[in-house]
Design a protein around this ligand. Structure first.
Ligand code: HEM
Length: 553
């Protein structure tokens, strides 16, 4: 009835406007000039009542479509999301996507509508089905980026991605990364120790307040920049943050082109160039110079270090012996910085934050680390893994509770896909694989909101299954190729600082073990989606007071 009335009313309004334009008047009435008729029609169209009626008719039409016609009509989800992309856009803009996804998955189940042609996927089994196949390509936004060559991250081509994985694989394998561990320790754990030691020594109380989020961000840039450009980078201790700024600008340009392709054309391109382009050009020029320098050294017969730069230059596709051009080496190196620096440092920040909220786990962890190592040890990855397995378990569990990644977007291929729940998603629709919701899915995780590192202890019979269900580094054909580098960096940095320093929350900390939610669990600091899921107020919420472990002099 309501629909009938709406349709009649809007049809009536439209007929009125058309009458005004075509003017089906009697022969005795003189015909007003066209300009007058146009002005009258415009006046009619702009009447609030016409606009309201048209809007209502449109909403009514979309509602009928969504409820009775759309192939997603039986998939649960918020009503408004079926009508328009606006609610999802708003969630993106308000940058709260991971929290929204976890909440919506708890409310609607493993699959729910996010937009009229897009669903969220939260069941780990469905996630594995989608991420396990190249048939589900990344969305078209990825191919909008035009200022850098196609590369392992941006490409939508299965062939190119496979080739890059064959070429870059050895450098990023556990064996390849182990060759670089000395450099990772020097730019990472050891640089941080020298900064924190100095801060403590300069303080009368032998305690210092540090923002671990900032410090971890800088060493993460330094690690990948040192390995990728073949020179020593120490932004944390020298204060030179040029590379970090270049990476931020390059990221900003990449995201702008992805979501707003019109920004590539004049006049918007002028604005983008003004704010971003110079830094991006400087960054690429710097990388190009590093590659040329390395090639010159090689020509002179200088023994090259086993870093990412050298391994990428030497990389060869075992199938057809194809090597990367200098420009491809440069693009892939820059991509390593874009995808690997912020993600790894943020993941470490979450681990520290959560350990501070759960003192029982923090105490158990430092007891294990300090039971195994003396204060003067520099702990390597193997030492930490074998002698303090609780650390790796804590890292995995904090990656589960606070994944740095958000939604992984894919397009459903020809033939559509049937999900575990029986819902069918047709070809051409989008799916957003939610790492956060999958990490909290009740079928896979008992008491998912609780931080419980024992889920990932090798002694737990569920450990293997839990690792398989953890979506934080993605999985399948486009799973994170940098995960070994990330694990070595995170393990060595955290093992060494937990071994050497006592950490405590400052008196002004808001998020403490005593600040509990309605489930009596410590409240986690607010997060925001800035490409990676980062703390919303790092300057306020990511501080600790550090002091030296008693026997570390
Ligand atoms: C804790 C740290 C890290 C996390 C949580 C993480 C997470 C992820 C996730 C979820 C994806 C899938 C993205 C998608 O499908 O859209 C991904 C892809 C990727 N990651 Fe990582 N990552 C981390 C560290 C690194 C590091 C250290 C590197 C490189 C040095 C790296 C390089 C990449 C690349 C190149 C891709 C694209 C792969 C492809 O599309 O085929 N990541 N990562």
């Amino acid at each position: 009835m309501v629909m009938d009335a709406l349709i009649k009313s809007s049809a009536g309004q439209l007929a009125h406007v058309l009458r005004t334009l075509t003017l089906a008047t009697g022969a005795r009435n003189p015909v007003p000039p066209l300009s007058q008729r146009l002005a009258e029609a415009a006046q009619l169209l702009l009447r609030p009542s016409t606009i309201a009626t048209a809007l209502l008719a449109f909403i009514g039409y979309r509602a009928v479509q969504a409820l009775f016609v759309s192939p997603l009509r039986r998939v649960p989800g918020p009503f408004l999301s079926r009508l328009s992309t606006l609610p999802s856009l708003f969630a993106g803009l308000t940058r709260s996507t991971n929290d929204d996804m976890i909440r919506d998955c708890e409310q609607y189940g493993s699959v729910f509508v996010m937009e009229p042609r897009k669903v969220a996927i939260c069941d780990p089994e469905d996630c594995r089905q989608i991420l396990g196949s190249y048939a589900f390509v990344k969305t078209e936004h990825y191919s909008n980026v035009s200022f850098m060559e196609p590369n392992i991250f941006l490409t939508r081509s299965a062939e190119l991605n496979k080739q890059r994985r064959r070429q870059l694989g050895p450098a990023l394998s556990m064996k390849g990364v182990r060759k670089m561990e000395t450099s990772i320790l020097a730019a990472g754990a050891q640089q941080l120790i020298s900064k924190w030691d100095e801060a403590i020594e300069n303080s009368a109380s032998h305690k210092a307040r540090v923002c671990y989020f900032n410090d971890l961000t800088l060493i993460s840039f330094d690690i990948i920049a040192s390995l990728g450009f073949g020179s020593v980078h120490r932004s944390l201790t020298t204060g030179d943050q040029t590379i970090g700024q270049w990476v931020e600008k390059t990221f900003a340009l990449m995201i702008t082109q992805m979501v707003l392709p019109i920004a590539k054309s004049w006049p918007l391109s002028g604005l983008v160039d003004y704010f971003l382009r110079d830094d991006v050009d400087d960054f690429f020029a710097f990388g190009r110079a590093a590659i040329n320098m390395r090639k010159l050294e090689l020509a002179k017969g200088i023994q090259p270090p086993a870093d990412i730069l050298q391994q990428f230059i030497d990389a060869e596709d075992p199938l057809n012996k194809v090597r990367m051009t200098s420009s491809q080496v440069l693009t892939e190196t820059i991509m390593m910085l874009l995808s690997g620096a912020d993600t790894t440092s943020t993941a470490m920040s979450w681990t520290i934050h959560i350990l501070m909220l759960y003192p029982e786990h923090y105490q158990a962890l430092i007891a294990q680390v300090r039971g195994a190592f003396s204060a003067s040890d520099i702990i390597t990855y193997d030492m930490a893994r074998t002698q303090a397995p609780l650390l790796e378990a804590c890292i995995y569990e904090s990656l589960r509770i606070c994944p740095v990644s958000t939604n992984l977007p894919r397009i459903v291929p020809k033939g559509g896909v049937t999900l575990k729940s029986g819902h069918f998603i047709p070809e051409g629709y989008s799916v957003a694989v939610s790492t956060a919701a999958a990490n909290y899915h009740p079928d896979s995780w008992h008491d998912p909101h609780r931080f419980e590192p024992s889920r990932f202890l090798p002694s737990n019979p569920q450990c293997e299954a839990n690792r398989k269900n953890l979506m934080s580094m993605s999985t399948g054909v486009r799973g994170c190729p940098g995960r070994h580098l990330a694990m070595i960096e995170m393990t060595t940095v955290l093992a060494n600082i937990l071994n050497k320093y006592d950490l405590e929350l400052p008196a002004d900390a808001i998020y403490t073990p005593l600040n509990k939610d309605s489930d009596s669990l410590p409240r986690i600091m607010p997060r925001t989606n800035l490409v990676a899921m980062i703390p919303k107020h790092p300057g306020r919420d990511c501080n600790v007071i550090i002091s030296k472990r008693k026997d570390y002099l």
